[in-house]
Ligand binder design. Structure first.
Ligand code: AKG
Length: 272
């Protein structure tokens, strides 16, 4: 290299470290208006501003037992699962009777984009009306005798009392219920909800409500999946409705009908 070109390089970008640099060696690289001199800085590792977060795998609950799925200032969220609460043979005739004898209706709710029909059929039993998604199911004290028998059996085993019941009929794989919590004021604080299932197994999915700093972003929250089989009982207790949401999603493949009975206690007049 001739002398002229060597001098140009030494004065330009490839020159070595400045002799009297006032910047401490560990100072992060600056994007200054001055031309940068490559190789003149020491690179130091800096912690990323945000911790790398992983989307957790869902926890699958399918065996009989009691499961404390979370604990927070609101309390413990507890599930109790009894997969064979009703003998499958008994559950068979119960399913048929419920499917043909309950006065099923398709409810119309009011969403942000206007009225829409629920993708399932329902029937409400109780002395008081039940309002959710800005539409009301009127009181219906005419309990079917099979439902009264199932309520008594559920009360005996759980030690809880229930005065109301929401029945859901998922006719096929396209029927579903979207993410929600059973937290209407008339259900009171920490409601206990007993859910009986008949017919096709569908997955009851739960997701934890995100902490305030996630501003409603559910990306990294915990999930729990509970396949609810023919004749099973699932009890939700404690802070489950306050801290978690649940849904039964549509399925991609054909499914036969499923009936779900959710026994509740209505306490008209607001949170107790
Ligand atoms: O069908 C189910 O298992 C869930 C029903 C439900 O979430 C509800 O009635 O609020």
């Amino acid at each position: 290299m001739d002398d002229k070109r060597r001098r140009a390089r030494v004065q330009g970008a490839w020159a070595g470290p400045a002799k009297n640099s006032s910047r401490p060696a560990s100072h992060p690289v600056q994007t200054a208006a001055k031309p940068q001199r490559w190789g003149s800085e020491q690179f130091t590792y800096e912690e990323p501003g945000e911790v790398n977060r992983r989307v957790p795998e869902p926890r699958i609950i399918e065996k009989e037992g009691t499961y404390d799925i979370s604990s927070s200032p609101s309390g413990v969220s507890r599930l109790r699962l009894v997969p064979l609460f009703i003998d499958p043979k008994e559950a068979d005739w119960m399913f048929e009777q419920l499917e043909s004898e309950i006065p099923w209706r398709q409810k119309t709710n009011l969403g942000p984009d206007g009225p829409y029909q629920e993708p399932r059929l329902t029937c409400w039993y109780g002395e008081v009306p039940y309002t959710y998604s800005r539409s009301t199911l009127q009181p219906n004290p005419h309990w079917h005798s099979l439902l009264t028998m199932l309520r008594d059996r559920t009360q005996e085993v759980t030690g809880r009392t229930f005065n109301s019941l929401l029945c859901n009929l998922y006719r096929h794989h396209k029927d579903s219920i979207d993410w929600h919590s059973d937290d209407e004021p008339d259900l009171g604080r920490n409601p206990v909800i007993a859910s009986l299932s008949f017919g096709e197994t569908r997955v009851f999915q739960m997701r934890k409500k995100p902490p305030p700093e996630d501003h409603g972003d559910y990306t990294y929250v915990e999930h729990v999946h509970v396949p609810l089989d023919h004749g099973s009982l699932l009890l939700m207790e404690g802070a489950t409705q306050e801290d978690w949401q649940h849904r039964v999603p549509k399925e991609y493949h054909d499914r036969r009908a499923r009936i779900n009975l959710t026994f509740r206690t209505m306490l008209p007049g607001g949170k107790k």
